[in-house]
Design a protein around this ligand. Structure first.
Ligand code: PLP
Ligand code: ZN
Length: 407
């Protein structure tokens, strides 16, 4: 007997409903699909339907029916840290950071990889594939290995060395591609349709996206179902944003929370197709992009998911913003010094955008604001500080320590 309350797939555009098979889009209108769950059960049982720890604690609201398919490396259950020192610096009443760096491969991607690879097993696939700037590749490779599946990982030529090492170690097939994500994704997506491998890309797979919904459930549980007023979420293609917004919406529908937080979409200025369209009140125009330090956010053409993000922002009265590379790097240093949290540039873009939106008075500092810090800093490649060492003796060591502490 399964505890999963998933009941159907539904088209987000025309509402057509489908059984829980592996299907990429709506047969009638080619719209994206999302999962639907038994609302009545959630309403009557309440959050007591959850048990255990980590991501699979939320299996009732995830679409994997057989527990034997629920692959895990210990993802989820990440800390929601109250950051009073940084809050004070920024003049915010309360700042909460949802730190996803402690996940098994160091990023939020492990949430979606867990449900993606579980779905690959559920639908009988032997191989997975993804096009990645590094994080998705590391994560899909690790979870595929864990599940005993072959993985074809297409990795960005400029991916950081730690990410490349990680992918090379865990995948069966590492293929480096030239150009940026957008160049390869459209032709790779055609192979997805031929079902040569299980789709671990971000553009369409509803089962994969679902894992990221657990961010919302965790934040709600960690705040005793009084979630923050605003949640700042990173946006590349939009999976994290859409899934988090859906998680909060599901809880409101079930009467578990009073309202959905203000959803804030955060992008890198060098890949800001969505926040730009939002600002201009226009449709998304795909961008030709180059390098950004926020490697995981480097998507210039977010496709249909981007339209979905824009729709959620407009319907839900959310807001969007973006930050320049130097602002992202400044936020990275600031977070490390103020709170001891070492996050990668991709992971800290949310904080950089939060700071800008406060400055522009688009966020209310009297509220409780939460930002998702989606990546550890340990996967970053950058020039290290000087390695010039000092040889100490008793005297010089004592002198240095007393001088330093006297300052
Ligand atoms: C991929 C990624 C994101 C967000 O990507 P979406 O496709 O919008 O979900 C955010 N942070 C990190 C660290 C990532 O690797
Ligand atoms: Zn449809």
């Amino acid at each position: 007997m399964t505890d999963s309350l998933a009941r159907s797939l539904a088209c987000i555009d025309c509402g057509a409903s489908y059984p829980l098979t592996y299907r990429l889009e709506c047969e009638r209108c080619r719209g994206l699909l999302e999962l639907r769950y038994d609302l009545e059960r959630r309403r009557t049982a309440g959050p007591a339907i959850f048990s255990g720890t980590g991501l699979w604690r939320y299996s009732p609201v995830l679409p994997i029916s057989d527990p034997a398919h629920r692959v895990t490396l210990g993802e989820g259950g990440t800390p929601l840290l109250d950051c009073p020192r940084l809050a004070k610096e920024l003049g915010v009443r309360r700042l909460l950071l949802k730190c996803d760096g402690p996940n098994p491969t160091g990023t939020v991607k492990d949430r979606s990889s867990a449900t993606a690879i579980a779905a690959a097993l559920q639908f009988g696939y032997r191989a997975t594939s993804v096009v990645s700037s590094g994080n998705a590749g590391s994560s899909v490779a690790a979870y595929s290995a864990r599940a005993g599946l072959r993985s074809l990982i297409f990795a960005y030529e400029r991916a950081s060395a730690p990410k490349l090492l990680h992918m090379a170690a865990t995948t069966s097939d590492l293929i480096i591609y030239k150009g940026v994500y957008d160049d390869l994704i459209s032709i790779w997506d055609r192979l997805v349709e031929e079902k040569l491998f299980f789709d671990c890309g971000a553009s369409r797979n509803a089962y994969k996206q679902e894992g990221k919904k657990t961010l919302a459930y965790e934040i709600a549980e960690q705040t005793a179902f009084a979630p923050p007023d605003a949640v700042v979420t990173p946006v590349a293609v939009g999976e994290t944003f859409i899934a988090t917004a859906r998680g909060f919406r599901e809880m409101r529908e079930a009467g578990w929370i009073a309202q959905v937080p203000l959803m804030v979409a955060a992008q890198a200025t060098r890949a800001n197709a969505i926040s730009r369209a939002f600002r201009e009140g226009a449709a998304i125009t795909p961008l030709k992009i180059g390098y950004t330090v926020a490697e995981g956010l480097a998507a210039g053409n977010p496709g249909k998911k981007g339209d979905w993000v824009l729709r959620l922002l407009r319907e839900g009265k959310g807001i969007a913003g973006d930050a320049e590379d130097d602002e992202i790097l400044a936020a990275q240093r600031r977070l490390a010094r103020a709170e001891g949290i070492w996050a990668g540039p991709t992971g800290v873009a949310t904080l950089a955008v939060l700071i800008k939106l406060l400055g522009a008075k688009q966020l209310d500092p009297a509220q409780t604001i939460c930002a998702i810090i989606s990546e550890t800093g340990l996967k970053t490649e950058a020039e290290p500080p000087s390695r010039q060492g000092t040889a100490f003796d008793d005297d010089s060591l004592r002198r240095l320590v007393t001088e330093r502490l006297a300052k």
